[in-house]
Design a protein around this ligand. Sequence first.
Ligand SMILES: Cc1ncc(COP(=O)(O)O)c(C=O)c1O
Length: 361
Amino acid sequence: MIPVGKPTIGDEEIAAVNEVMHSGMLAQGAVVTQFENEFAEFCGTKEAVGINSGTAALHAALLALGIGDGDEVIVPTFTFIATATAVSMCGARPVMVDVDPKTYTINPDEVAKHISSKTKAVIGVHLFGQPFDIAPVKDICEDNGLFLIEDCAQAHGAVYKGKKVGGFGDAGCFSFYPTKNMTTGEGGMVTTDDLRLAEKVRRVINHGQSEKYLHTELGFNLRMSNLNAAIGRVQLSRLDGFNKKRQENAAFYNDNLNCTGISTPFCRDDSVHVYHQYVVELGDEFKMDRESFMNFLREKGIGSAVHYPMPVHMQPLYKSDFNKADCPVSEDLSKKVLSLPVHPGVGISECEYICETINRI
Ligand SMILES: Cc1ncc(COP(=O)(O)O)c(C=O)c1O
């Protein structure tokens, strides 16, 4: 089976973990600091703070920005649930808005429409590896005194108007889950140019501690370990290569998928897409329904997945609060999208086989 997602782990990652194991310094320490410095340099931000998941990165960034009870944060509804639940975890209300039908990313007009006196921040998601249209969203935030958070969980190394994502807003939040463009096993990172915000994030993730055993605020234990950072340092050094391979696979699909009713992903011409997922849309003219298509692919040894079968505002967790949400684009997309294997472990011969198999339908 060609899996739809798989981490690329080699001897170097294993050796790096072994080294930390032998050092005895397993928890947060010097290796995390090295990884943070390298990641900040990669993103072009002044600071990066290592955390134990992408969800924790969003949660900690929101808390450090002072988001809490009674506040509203605008989020796209076509995303992974954590973009919204991180807001709820702070006691604030995620306000779900619709996405652009071509890029699947947050629609700036919808952001403007949903601002209220309680709105404190906007989280835009660089979905599937493609940056959202940052400039208009940033303008709206600046005009209305709102914080801007980039959810970069799926877009390590993606570029918008010549600059890498993670440094456009008040904070960028990354995930290093195993299927992401790079991994630490589990892990996350907050990037920022605001040194005071970085310090606040460091306190939030470490028991609200400002000096050893001096606790000035309520905090959590959301720290990254040296073990995870050791994997991350190696993966970061390989990230450009991983992204290049994802782009090559995506380009092959773009050029060779040729089946009535299947449309290939739209790619903004002011951005560099890093194809966390390669997502096709199944139109009405396509001969099979999505489930039968996925079963057909599975029988042929091809993994696929749906990202995402239900927009966040329709999830049982949020449905009662958002049953009147007007997000037709996201509702429609959730019925049509399908992700094909694009990760660096997929060779061109496998892409060829996948295209031939689909084109024969
Ligand atoms: C868009 C988005 N945001 C946030 C997260 C949460 O990251 P993690 O799984 O590391 O907590 C993910 C991970 O799947 C994601 O895809």
